[in-house]
Design a protein around this ligand. Sequence first.
Ligand SMILES: NC(=O)c1ccc[n+]([C@@H]2O[C@H](COP(=O)([O-])OP(=O)(O)OC[C@H]3O[C@@H](n4cnc5c(N)ncnc54)[C@H](OP(=O)(O)O)[C@@H]3O)[C@@H](O)[C@H]2O)c1
Length: 414
Amino acid sequence: MTHQQDDKSVERLAPQYLRSAEELRPCGRRSGEPGRLLLTGASGFLGRSLLKRIVKAMPDQDIFCLVRDENSFRSGLSGMSVSGQVHPLIGDLSLPLLGLSAQQWTELGQEVSTIVHAGASVNHFLSLERMVDTNVSGTLALLRLAGEHRDKRMHFISSMSILGRDHAGNRANRLPPQPPPGGYAQSKWLAECLTKICQSAGFDVSTYRVGGLGPDTETGEVNPRDWRWLTMRAALESGRWPISHGGPRWLPVDVAARMVIGNLAHHTAPAERYHLVAPSRPTWDAVFDELVRLGHDLERVDRETWFDTMRDRARARDETAMGILALRLPRQADRENAAQNQDTGAVPIGGVHPESWAPEHLPVTILWAARHGLLEARATSARWSSSSHRAGFPIPDSGRVVQKSVDTHRCHGG
Ligand SMILES: NC(=O)c1ccc[n+]([C@@H]2O[C@H](COP(=O)([O-])OP(=O)(O)OC[C@H]3O[C@@H](n4cnc5c(N)ncnc54)[C@H](OP(=O)(O)O)[C@@H]3O)[C@@H](O)[C@H]2O)c1
């Protein structure tokens, strides 16, 4: 679907959603009892990090996690100690009542005091039509829940992409009056319109516009579909490094999670819109230099050679290479998210200072990826992988190619 078709869809779909949001009111009942927390998107990159850190920071907090598939949710938690405080709830953001029974819906309405909404269909290739049920109807349903039985505080995870190329409006307190291009960004923009309407009606909704989320600086966990990671991975595996401008502007996912949780803990912080963005970025050259220093054998190549290399890999059904060709990387690396590159106002949120991902985080990132089958083991440098091995980071047998499937249609970067 073209941008023009998406624009027509947003014009057609928006009025019904805006009308529905205008009908919502908070019930006006604030229970003194501490309530439960409802988290959506807990099986995703950010949601997992949020869950892990909420469990740690709030050991007495009962947490419902709305998930579509309990098995994959639980397997994604491997290594995370989850006590009896986490309760998976099978549902679906795109369905009426979030796919819950009427009784479950009522119980949630009564028992939950905080909603953290991180679930979304994150796919820059899909049209608005394909995302509206999950990203817009799902947000509307949660806003409705926020006002039923007891007033709840809602924390909505949005995206810097809603700003499109509207540089002048790149401020947290502003919602652009026109939708940005692209189905995903439009779905997040429309969801923000709903939260804005509800905020004016007295709902307690904070919105967090997230830029590019980078690897976890503590564990090294990467987002396997992030285009910056795909570039690094393909370079490490092919031994070729594409010459490009710019650099990976990444707010580490653990830092983003701590910022949101800082606000959860400060019940008195007023509901606002926040920008969760990295204050700076390393250059791709700095990333390259650090990889070489770590012992990687990398050759700098021009774009043509890089794309030829990726084409050869794609013919061998290498999904990382396919993702790179589909996204025309590293051309995207030069552009980055236009909105993010402006004065983003990276400020402390929830008492946590924003930090940027830096090349020093490469060892833990690469080891995590290798351990989880997201990098050919031989692509880790012998020099430091052996010392890390001693430090307790076992990696798969060297030379064995382990590849987890990367859904190239869901490549994203926010
Ligand atoms: N990653 C970034 O760089 C970035 C940048 C800007 C904004 N964001 C925002 O941050 C949030 C989290 O993104 P992420 O990177 O963690 O994405 P992700 O890894 O793709 O995770 C998305 C989560 O949403 C869930 N989900 C999707 N459709 C659903 C449905 N119909 N019903 C219930 N759950 C559903 C997924 O569950 P399944 O496991 O069942 O698929 C998954 O848990 C999103 O709101 C996104 O817009 C992310």
